[in-house]
Design a protein around this ligand. Structure first.
Ligand code: 5GP
Length: 204
């Protein structure tokens, strides 16, 4: 019997390092699958359509919203971002732990539908470090930097909506903590009730 996977939601301010940490996590945990979101923003250099994001026009995205193809969606910095619903259910059923790397409005929508999800908030070690990382990745204009950095305080205040906080001081240390959280969650009692009932019926 395949044990259904965990749905893991990772949020945090822009520049906290969600992408890097989740990528490393997937390298270390082969049973982990990172969802690929749809977005209307244009691709940055090096981003691969269908791997980094599915890049959509506004009309295409709105169609997906209308059809109910998205598990959640949000408008962020004047673009739409959303999680395709189908692949999530499929991978969870196959026993994969599924990671959604999304911002807080979307995470709140996921919580309504998957209260049993594991909600992790990734934060930078300091605001100076966050600023340095945002500038360092070279993808921001002055205007987008101001927009992203300007919303940090508001974003950090949403920490209490999450189950866990991971400080991304170094990628390796942050990934280690994430792995510990995932392992502990996978061992939790509520996730073993079916197993227990089957055990008592002599199914194993
Ligand atoms: P970026 O443009 O830097 O790739 O992403 C901007 C923000 O959108 C990040 O906080 C990122 O986590 C979030 N984001 C990416 N994909 C999704 C998604 O499918 N849904 C939601 N709600 N946010 C997303």
């Amino acid at each position: 019997m395949v044990q259904r996977g965990l749905l893991i939601i990772v949020s945090g301010p822009s520049g906290a390092g969600k992408g890097t940490v989740c990528k490393r996590l997937a390298e270390l945990m082969p049973d982990l699958w990172i969802s690929v979101s749809c977005t209307t923003r244009s691709a940055r250099e090096g981003e691969i359509p269908g791997v980094t994001y599915f890049f959509k026009t506004h009309a295409e995205f709105e169609q997906m919203m209308k059809r109910g193809d998205l598990l959640e969606w949000a408008q962020v910095y004047s673009n739409y971002y959303g999680t395709p619903r189908g692949p999530i259910e499929e991978r969870l059923e196959q026993g994969y732990n599924v990671v959604l790397e999304i911002e807080m409005q979307g995470a709140a929508q996921v919580k309504q539908q998957f209260p049993q999800g594991v909600f992790i908030f990734l934060i930078p070690p300091s605001l100076d470090e966050l600023k340095r990382r945002l500038i360092g990745r070279g993808s921001e204009t002055q205007a987008t930097f101001n927009e992203r950095f300007g919303s940090v305080e508001q974003e950090l205040a949403r920490m209490s909506e999450y189950d866990y906080v991971v400080v991304n001081d170094t990628v390796e240390a942050a990934v280690e903590r994430m792995m510990a959280i995932i392992t502990a969650e996978a061992c939790s009692v509520p996730r073993h009730l079916d197993y227990y009932h089957n055990l008592m019926k002599g199914a194993y």
